[in-house]
Design a protein around this ligand. Sequence first.
Ligand SMILES: Cc1cc2nc3c(=O)[nH]c(=O)nc-3n(C[C@H](O)[C@H](O)[C@H](O)COP(=O)(O)OP(=O)(O)OC[C@H]3O[C@@H](n4cnc5c(N)ncnc54)[C@H](O)[C@@H]3O)c2cc1C
Ligand SMILES: *[C@@H]1O[C@H](CO)[C@@H](O)[C@H](O)[C@H]1NC(C)=O
Ligand SMILES: *[C@@H]1O[C@H](CO)[C@@H](O)[C@H](O)[C@H]1NC(C)=O
Ligand SMILES: *[C@@H]1O[C@H](CO)[C@@H](O)[C@H](O)[C@H]1NC(C)=O
Ligand SMILES: *[C@@H]1O[C@H](CO)[C@@H](O)[C@H](O)[C@H]1NC(C)=O
Ligand SMILES: *[C@@H]1O[C@H](CO)[C@@H](O)[C@H](O)[C@H]1NC(C)=O
Ligand SMILES: *[C@@H]1O[C@H](CO)[C@@H](O)[C@H](O)[C@H]1NC(C)=O
Ligand SMILES: *[C@@H]1O[C@H](CO)[C@@H](O)[C@H](O)[C@H]1NC(C)=O
Length: 533
Amino acid sequence: MQMKIQTPFYLLNVIVVVIFLLVLRAGQFRSANTDDEFFQCLLFKSDNATLISQVVYSPNNISYTSVLQFSINNLRFTSPSTPKPRYIVTPVDEFQIQTVVYCSKKHGLEIRTRSGGHDFEGLSYVSQVPFVILDLINLRSITVDTQTATAWVQAGATLGELYYAIAQKSQNLGFLGGICYALGLGGHVSGGGYGAMMRKYGLAADNVVDAQFINVHGRILDRKSMGEDLFWAIRGGGGSSFGIILSLKIKLVPVPETVTVFTIDRTLEQNLTKIILKWQHVAPKIDKDLNIRVLMFSIVNPSTGNRTIRATFDTLFLGGINRLLPLMQEEFPELGLTREDCTEMSWIESVVVGSGFTNGEPVEVLLNRTALPKNSIKGRSDFATHPISEDGFEGIWEFYNDKIGAGMALLVLTPYGGKMDEIPESAIPFPNRLGTLYMIEYVVAWDGDETSPNISWIRNLYNYTASYVSNSPRTSYLNYNDLDLGVGKTYQEASSTWGANYFKNNFDRLVKVKTMVDAGNFFKREQSIPTRS
Ligand SMILES: Cc1cc2nc3c(=O)[nH]c(=O)nc-3n(C[C@H](O)[C@H](O)[C@H](O)COP(=O)(O)OP(=O)(O)OC[C@H]3O[C@@H](n4cnc5c(N)ncnc54)[C@H](O)[C@@H]3O)c2cc1C
Ligand SMILES: *[C@@H]1O[C@H](CO)[C@@H](O)[C@H](O)[C@H]1NC(C)=O
Ligand SMILES: *[C@@H]1O[C@H](CO)[C@@H](O)[C@H](O)[C@H]1NC(C)=O
Ligand SMILES: *[C@@H]1O[C@H](CO)[C@@H](O)[C@H](O)[C@H]1NC(C)=O
Ligand SMILES: *[C@@H]1O[C@H](CO)[C@@H](O)[C@H](O)[C@H]1NC(C)=O
Ligand SMILES: *[C@@H]1O[C@H](CO)[C@@H](O)[C@H](O)[C@H]1NC(C)=O
Ligand SMILES: *[C@@H]1O[C@H](CO)[C@@H](O)[C@H](O)[C@H]1NC(C)=O
Ligand SMILES: *[C@@H]1O[C@H](CO)[C@@H](O)[C@H](O)[C@H]1NC(C)=O
């Protein structure tokens, strides 16, 4: 009797120990070999092993760190404690991307696709699980066709390279991407993409007519073979939940030979609050050719020695001064625009000025990805559907004039209306259309790479503005992605938090598409579209 009990018990112990040792050894082999297996897989599966080995970087390669950091634009994610990729691959053709997809799946690595690297939360190059960065920096070809007013652009090209390429071929065509010229096409356009011509022509994503896309099975699809659902999803739903965008065919838009640019500064002592109250009514309703955005920050007023808010009314008008002046006199005399404030120039010159360079800088500066300084940032966004009251603004000024806000914090108001009102909410996943007056962007920046208490400042500010902006749901811009909105991964968690914030009623269709094209949820991360059976 005793033997019968003891024997199995003894055996059980042995088995447990043996299994434990096996698991331990397997674990050791795993951590030592998985990476190498991935590399071997790339060599083995590629059509040209020599070629692919020249674009694979592991931490052992001397240029790993410089390749990693080149496209990190938020220094918050450069600290030693930020998780680093096992590999970075910078493919030179689509076959290499297919190989990376195959080998990542096979060897348990997640993929982070990076185009321009401007992700607010660093999601194109940071992950908490073992991962490989697919960096599209070598895929930047641009083919402009002025006959059809379209262009095929690879995802790794920057907006600056695109604007430049268009202007080389035509003085009458442009594209309506973002104001920051160094953004990557892949991330920017798949997340929406607005710029100074949004009120006239909509978002960049509204003007995509075809795409080349690699799915979870490594298949290359175009609009026809991917179908209208997936094509809908990657124009504003973010590419990263669905696969890899290889290139986009975009519609170019007409631009006049002469545009007019002005920037006017006003402080609180110069009746800024009154001017802003009026701006809220004017800017979203005025002529579509006119885009008056407002950038605000705290300064010390030289004439009083006290802190104040200064707003820059940063404007692009698609026309000449002679048409602009009477329009402003009629609709927005409070701003006091004079002829001397205005400069006529070509559209491409306005892009250079809009990017923060001085007028007269050669347009080639748009090709230099490292011309502007970087720092650590946290950004958030809102959409105003009603004018904010005077009290509301005064509370916002208090935040910007306090100790942290007075450091490096920016508030940007971007007017909607015009074409944006004419496009239905469900046309693409980006839902903020008719009824939106303007978008609000809050940014706080700091020196150094660690997270800083400046982040709580922006959280408190966001809390304060809650009662003044869109609600049920409060909406946010995907391209200003914000992990504070929640990182819940299930359908239930996501649909009541970040899913509703970014996409409103379009979220469910995105979930349907995701379930259809990536049922195994290989392309997953913080705030990626969940699957649902
Ligand atoms: C300084 C600055 C200025 C900005 N100005 C504007 C502006 O004027 N207008 C505007 O609309 N937005 C603006 N943005 C936001 C910008 O549009 C987003 O950050 C956008 O996602 C950047 O794209 P990217 O390719 O540079 O970034 P990345 O970090 O490379 O990518 C962003 C996201 O898209 C995914 N992704 C990238 N490429 C692909 C691909 N080929 N296939 C699938 N998924 C991909 C990434 O994995 C990541 O999730 C600005 C951001 C910054 C930092
Ligand atoms: C592989 O690529 C290398 C480097 O570009 C090239 O020199 C070689 O000819 C290629 N080999 C084949 C078989 O295509
Ligand atoms: C990185 O190192 C590996 C192993 O030495 C080598 O095969 C590969 O070519 C290197 N990558 C680059 C881009 O030089
Ligand atoms: C501010 O508004 C007041 C009253 O409307 C006006 O008298 C004053 O001139 C304005 N100040 C400036 C700097 O425009
Ligand atoms: C500057 O601020 C101080 C303290 O708030 C205030 O007393 C003073 O009147 C202000 N000065 C001017 C010129 O507004
Ligand atoms: C790009 O800009 C940076 C910063 O101004 C400068 O140092 C660098 O030389 C420029 N690169 C090119 C190729 O012009
Ligand atoms: C906030 O950022 C400013 C500007 O970099 C910096 O001087 C300040 O120390 C930061 N504040 C905190 C609390 O980190
Ligand atoms: C925001 O406000 C709510 C209620 O007013 C409060 O419960 C919450 O803690 C606040 N959050 C922050 C970050 O201050």
